[in-house]
Design a protein around this ligand. Structure first.
Ligand code: AMP
Ligand code: GLY
Length: 433
């Protein structure tokens, strides 16, 4: 059996979950994580590499006999790390720079959806120099809200739902006056507002064949009942009861496979994880956005549910062997509750000791996000600190399991939502009654 030396790129809860999954594989010889976190260090060797420095990553691969590179976050994918390493003969799990444009450029992804008839919101694209044209266009619109998006990567901060032409005009000013938003705004996408519930569907592709691997719902807002500021995600659960088998196969046939076919037809085959954010509208499922990677915190509930060997699945994608694969998931539900630092997503303090990590129930997984190892003690080191993942035969049991362990973990200023998974539970309850 050929075994692999894997370099995993990233440092969040997603990468801790991926390291956990990879470490279970009999195909793994050695795991390195760059830069990783104290959670990933339980499963491999963290290496202090600047992943923006592609030469440094290549040198590490050469010196350590790496046989597979797995890229967790979007930025290195959009920056072309896959292409760079592939040019030197390395196997990489994750799409090429051109394919990652599905996430890296919203105007590009809309163009693909329009050209290949993939259901999504109606839209217009404007170039940056046409800002006054956007204002005129919106001022003549009769239907609000309208959604204004910057084209490029904006760490979840580039989407604005505007209730009036005045608000949209103020948003344009805000974008142009903000250094990082403005840098992502070579183009603007103005989009029809879609009403409905959101769900995230995950597929793995080898450029030709796609296979579904899971579907989840996350909780983007900081407060209970989806109130307050947007965050990277405060929790997730899978599978999401909002989708039944027939809706899921409809989504596969009308959205997932057509997207993979479209990318192949464009001569930019899509390999890796395709994460499709959908809105379940009265006219059926429509694409809100594509992401070119696992979601965080969705990965923390999708990977534990996979019965498939994660490393083998990644190799099937890289080696274009997904056609005959069939993936099963563990029956039951997973629910992940994010424990965050007080003040997140605004400013927060760091360095508080985390207690109780050893006290969680034996079937509960704790994936670390913003943590650091301070002389052998795990301390807080970011906004989202921990992901506490419960499992149960029912969604209710999974939620209860996660929260019972959350209560055993303490750090100064720990904040978490108390309603993760409840929207899924309401759906289960209403289908029973
Ligand atoms: P995106 O980064 O494109 O996923 O947008 C972030 C969030 O904005 C989504 O998860 C939705 O909650 C919301 N959103 C984006 N586009 C739309 C739309 N066309 N209609 C309604 N909500 C949207
Ligand atoms: N949970 C949202 C994301 O990973 O983009």
């Amino acid at each position: 059996m050929e075994t692999h030396k894997v370099l995993l790129i990233g440092s969040g809860g997603r990468e801790h979950a991926l390291a956990w999954g990879l470490a279970k594989s009999p195909l793994l010889d050695a795991l390195f994580i760059a830069p990783g976190n104290p959670g990933t260090a339980q499963f491999g060797t963290n290496v202090d590499l600047d992943v923006d420095d592609h030469d440094a990553v290549l040198e590490f691969c050469e010196e350590n006999g790496i046989t597979l590179v797995v890229i967790g976050p979007e930025k290195p994918l959009v920056d072309g790390l896959t292409d760079y390493l592939e040019d030197y003969g390395y196997a990489v799990f994750g799409p090429s720079k051109d394919a990652a444009r599905l996430e890296g450029s919203k105007s590009y992804s809309k163009t693909i959806m329009q050209k290949y008839d993939i259901p999504t919101a109606g839209y217009h694209v404007f170039e940056r120099h046409e800002v006054s044209g956007i204002r005129d266009f919106i001022s003549e619109m009769a239907i609000f809200p309208v959604v204004l998006k910057v084209d490029g990567l904006a760490a979840g901060k580039g989407v604005f739902i505007c209730d009036s032409a005045e608000e949209a005009s103020d948003v344009l000013d805000t974008i142009l006056n903000d250094v990082s938003l403005s840098a992502a705004a070579d183009f603007f996408v103005l989009e029809e507002f879609m009403q409905g519930e959101e769900v995230s569907v995950f597929a793995v592709s080898d450029g030709k064949t796609a296979k579904l691997i899971g579907y989840a719902q996350d909780h983007k807002r900081i407060g209970n009942q989806d109130t307050g500021l947007n965050t990277g995600g405060m929790g997730a659960y899978a599978p999401a009861p909002i989708l039944d088998d027939s809706t899921l196969s409809h989504i596969f046939d009308t959205i997932i496979q057509p997207t993979i076919d479209a990318m192949a037809a464009e001569s930019t085959p899509y390999k890796g994880i395709l994460y499709t954010g959908l809105m379940m509208t009265v006219d059926g499922p429509k694409v809100v956005e594509y992401n070119c990677r696992f979601g965080d915190p969705e990965c923390q509930v999708i990977v534990p549910a996979l019965e498939q060997d994660l490393l083998e699945m990644m190799l099937m994608s890289v080696n274009e062997r997904l056609e005959y694969a069939s993936f099963t998931t563990k029956p039951g539900f997973f629910c992940s509750v994010v424990m965050a630092s007080k003040g997140y997503p605004g400013s927060y303090s760091k360095g508080f000791p985390i207690n109780g990590l050893g006290l969680v129930d034996s079937d509960v997984l704790v994936f670390q996000s913003g943590t650091a190892d301070k002389e052998g003690e795990i301390v807080t080191n970011g906004g989202r600190v921990l992901n506490v993942v419960g499992y149960g035969e029912t969604l209710k049991q999974a939620i209860d399991s996660a929260y019972s362990s959350v209560e055993k973990i303490h750090f100064d200023g720990a904040y978490y939502r108390t309603d993760i998974g409840m929207k899924g539970l309401r759906r289960v309850d209403s289908s029973i009654s």
